[in-house]
Design a protein around this ligand. Structure first.
Ligand code: CA2
Length: 143
């Protein structure tokens, strides 16, 4: 069984420590635990990076080895054509995930490049969004 990837962009390693009114109090380690519970036997690669280069490298790894991707690209959502190009090379399902409802926020958070490739977008469900995204991804993956 191929692994599914949950990829997290910049600053998400600080979850649970700042701006709880926007991002909640759940830490990324707790989110990872919840994700592992959801996938059961399916291997899960769960990663966070503050580097665009590393994030793209992880998408490349998923292109070679992964069955599906859940990605919270954080600020790279709104800036990175390189990330969009990498995701376009991935043949399986891609779900874009945001903890907050980006459309309820300032204008700069409204235009996602990643949405141009994502098969589905989940935003505003808080930390639970990761679990919801993985449940949906597991229904979409083929191998
Ligand atoms: O809501 C999300 O998941 C976001 O992808 C988070 C990004 C933001 O740029 C997007 O608009 C929406 C920012 C993550 C900042 O990370 C923090 C972590 C802990 C405390 C404060 C910020």
């Amino acid at each position: 069984m191929k692994p599914v990837y949950v990829l997290n962009g910049p600053n998400l390693n600080r979850l649970g420590k700042r701006e709880p009114h926007i991002y909640g109090t759940t830490t990324l380690a707790e989110i990872e635990e919840n994700c592992r519970r959801v996938v059961g036997e399916r291997p899960l690669i769960f990663r966070q990076t503050n580097s665009e280069e590393t994030l793209i490298g992880l998408v490349h790894e998923a292109i070679d080895e992964g069955a599906g991707i859940v990605i919270n690209p954080a600020a790279f959502t709104f800036t990175s054509l390189a990330l969009l190009d990498a995701l376009k090379m991935f043949e399986g399902p891609v779900i874009e995930l945001h903890i907050s409802n980006i459309h309820k926020r300032e204008q700069i958070y409204h235009k996602s490049y990643v949405s141009m490739r994502a098969d589905a977008v989940i935003a505003g469900l808080g930390a639970y969004g990761y679990e919801a995204a993985l449940v949906a991804l597991l229904r979409l993956v083929k191998d």
